[in-house]
Design a protein around this ligand. Structure first.
Ligand code: PMP
Length: 326
């Protein structure tokens, strides 16, 4: 029985591995070679990069991660991403077996080995191999995995101009006294359920409320609304991830002379906003066109969002806002 489960898992991974490898361009790095994945100090070709089925990251979502981006050879806000990874790990009592400096170097080296200048990096630390019980004491050694792919483009520029359609999901953001999204853990079922709901009705994305009915964030982005000269975003009491892009956007908005406010936002306030947008490492700055079929503002990218997006694009190009790969 156990043997047949092993055989099934093994065959599945081989089948998935082969189809992905032939169909997906991203399997290849810029040198046209199969991309190299870092696992616990070694680099493996993508088709050979595997972790144990007994890893608690796989069995229980027990682990933490970061999504990082590099622009033109500079890893944007790398220090902040590494800091957040260790912050999340501390919260779940996961001892990362590397210093922050070693982790930074491993990320840079993965990019170098794949010859990538513009890339999306997924950095994962799992609880490691254990038995089938949940007890993390059975997992003596956490695993560190770094995947780097040529840039992940979530939305094209046409879509960015027209903005996203969103729904408000019935799924509530995990409260701050549960598996809160303030910790960037491997447990994303909550976001996935909201995304499925958006997919089911043909919307681009979902907004998730906190347990009191205030807006928390989107499935993998923070949210902002514009009202006059105020730019408003939910507070930590609504349980959003402390987004690194959101932090940059607040700084940019303030410099542009807007008043940046953190306060509970109701769905009615969102409907009545002049403009609204989401932010994230992958999405960057994405306008919201409509929510639950209510048009937001002009129903396309508004002037404030445009100004912020322009400044954001300048900001990411500035080498002092990241760490050079070479
Ligand atoms: N919220 C959630 C739940 C996310 O997964 C992300 C993506 N990391 C964000 C917000 C945006 O955060 P960041 O700007 O750091 O990518």
């Amino acid at each position: 029985m156990i043997l047949s489960i092993f055989l099934y898992v093994f065959l599945q991974s081989r089948i998935l591995g082969t189809t992905e490898n032939t169909s997906e361009e991203r399997c290849l790095n810029l040198s046209g070679k199969e991309s190299l994945i870092y696992i616990d100090g070694e680099y493996y070709p993508r088709s050979e990069a595997k972790i144990s089925v007994f890893d608690h990251g796989f069995l229980y979502g027990d682990g933490v991660f970061e999504g990082i981006r590099s622009y033109n050879g500079i890893v944007f806000k790398l220090k902040e991403h590494i800091d957040r990874l260790y912050y999340s790990a501390r919260a779940i009592m996961l001892n990362i077996p590397m210093t922050k400096e070693e982790m930074t170097e491993a990320v840079l080296e993965t990019l170098r080995r794949n010859n990538l200048k513009d890339a999306y990096v997924r950095l994962i630390v799992t609880r490691g191999k254990g038995d089938l019980g949940i007890d993390p004491r059975k997992c003596p050694k956490p695993s560190v995995i770094i995947i780097a792919v040529p840039l992940l483009q979530l939305y094209d520029e046409k879509k960015r101009e027209s903005g996203m359609s969103m729904i408000v999901s019935w799924v509530r953001r995990d409260p701050v006294d549960a598996t809160t999204h303030e910790i960037k853990s491997l447990n994303y079922l909550n976001s996935i359920l909201a995304k499925i709901e958006a997919n089911n009705v043909g919307a681009d994305e979902a907004i998730i409320l906190d347990s009191n009915g205030f807006i928390s964030e989107a499935t993998a982005e923070n949210i902002f609304i514009v009202k006059g000269d105020m730019i408003i975003t939910p507070p930590s009491t609504s349980g959003p991830l402390p987004g690194i892009t959101a932090c940059v956007i607040k700084e940019i908005a303030q410099k542009l002379g807007y008043q940046v406010i953190e306060k509970g936002i109701t769905v009615a306030e969102l409907y009545g906003a002049d403009e609204a947008f989401v932010t994230g490492t992958a999405a960057e700055v994405m306008p919201i066109r409509e929510v639950n079929k209510r048009q937001i503002g002009e129903g396309k990218m508004g002037p404030v969002t445009r100004k912020i997006l322009e400044k954001f694009r300048e900001f990411i190009k500035d080498p002092k806002n990241g760490v050079p790969i070479w």
